[in-house]
Ligand binder design. Structure first.
Ligand SMILES: Nc1ncnc2c1ncn2[C@@H]1O[C@H](COP(=O)(O)OP(=O)(O)OP(=O)(O)O)[C@@H](O)[C@H]1O
Ligand SMILES: [Mg+2]
Length: 328
């Protein structure tokens, strides 16, 4: 468990983190999103004390991170690995040496190092490049090496700062699949800073939206994207364009199949017509969830709401480009 309690971080006059309270559970893949300058990297880097905080506490299990220094800090950092957008590999050393680096620095035996490097290279799919120099590898291959190196000392937590931002979409998916695998198989808690919403939807169990050093929302990824997405509106520009006449109701379905049966049944039961004016299906992890905006005539509005209220489908009323308060 990683716990932030009233954490404040300042850079002279600038308050980069304002009273952050947040808990990340063991085994979670947790996302931090927000616009540039929001404080995402700063928050991430307080977890391994690359940034010191000015107030508050950070607890990782029973360890008070803010109080660590010297040998205790070095020991702690072995358990909290980090990967970056630009990989931070040693370009004069081959892949084998890059992965072996943390083990050599801690004087592991040659045989142990070899076993470990081969195993990590296999997990990250880079076994065929062990003799290559990083300068001869693609971005995706470099990130595989960086992940293998990050795992060398069996960390409990992996911090990722824009780890896929320099990669193309296909390579991004491959790297995210590796992260998913190590989260599951090696039981590593992963904290991901990203500005890529696809990354969050693909991999994160929960997400916090940060802006100007404050957490605006925390929740399960699908809830943040499907329901209470006000904080995300500045980041994701995808407001439905809807008619100005009648009433527009955005229905949010737990599963794709549920949407089709509800709307056909509702039209039949209420004997009304309505238009489907906007719709979207999205993949969150392994689930496909959907939202649909229907436009109903004013005279049918109350009947439709009463009908929807009897189901487990959530809704929001959408009024032009503003959202009304009516929702559940
Ligand atoms: N070492 C530093 N000295 C002074 N100000 C800093 C320092 N590091 C970050 N800041 C400031 O703190 C704020 C938060 O920065 P941070 O790097 O955490 O943002 P971010 O959300 O990671 O942004 P980006 O998406 O652009 O990486 C910004 O206003 C930034 O300019
Ligand atoms: Mg950053």
């Amino acid at each position: 468990m990683i716990r932030f309690i009233n954490v404040v971080k300042k850079y002279s006059d600038l308050v980069a983190l304002k009273n952050i309270n947040l808990e990340i559970s063991d085994g979670e893949i947790f996302g931090l999103v927000g616009p540039s300058g929001a404080g995402k990297s700063t928050l991430l880097r307080t977890i391994n004390k690359l940034e010191e905080v000015d107030d508050g506490q950070i607890l990782v299990d029973t360890i008070n991170v803010c109080e660590l220094n010297g040998k205790n800090l070095a020991n702690y950092r072995q358990k909290v690995a980090m990967i970056f957008q630009h990989f931070a590999l040693l370009n004069t050393q081959n892949v084998y040496k890059n992965i072996a680096l943390p083990l050599e620095a801690r004087h592991f035996k040659k045989k142990e190092i070899k076993e470990k490097v081969l195993k990590l290279a296999e997990i990250t799919g880079i076994s065929d490049k062990l003799d290559s120099l990083p300068t001869t590898l693609s971005g995706g291959q470099c990130q595989r090496v960086a992940i293998a190196r990050a795992l060398a000392l069996d960390p409990k937590i992996l911090l990722c700062d824009e780890a896929t931002s320099a990669l193309d979409p296909n390579t991004t998916i491959q790297i995210l699949d590796i992260l998913k695998k190590i989260n599951k198989e090696l039981k590593i808690t992963i904290v991901i800073v990203t500005h890529q919403m696809e990354v969050v939807k693909y991999i994160c169990d929960r997400v916090a939206v940060i802006n100007k050093g404050e957490i605006l929302e925390i929740g399960k990824t699908e809830d943040i994207f499907l329901y209470k997405n006000k904080a995300l509106e500045t980041l994701v520009d995808e407001k439905p364009i809807v008619p100005t006449n009648g009433k527009n109701i955005k229905l949010i379905f737990p599963k794709k199949s549920a949407s089709e049966s509800l709307i056909t049944k509702m039209a039949r039961d209420l004997n009304i017509d309505f238009d489907i004016v906007w719709g979207k299906l999205e993949k969150f992890g392994d689930d496909v969830l959907g939202s649909l905006v229907i436009n109903v005539k004013d005279k049918d509005f109350i009947n439709v709401l009463t009908y929807i209220n009897k189901t487990d489908v959530k809704y929001e009323l959408i009024k032009g480009d503003n959202k009304d308060d009516i929702s559940r």
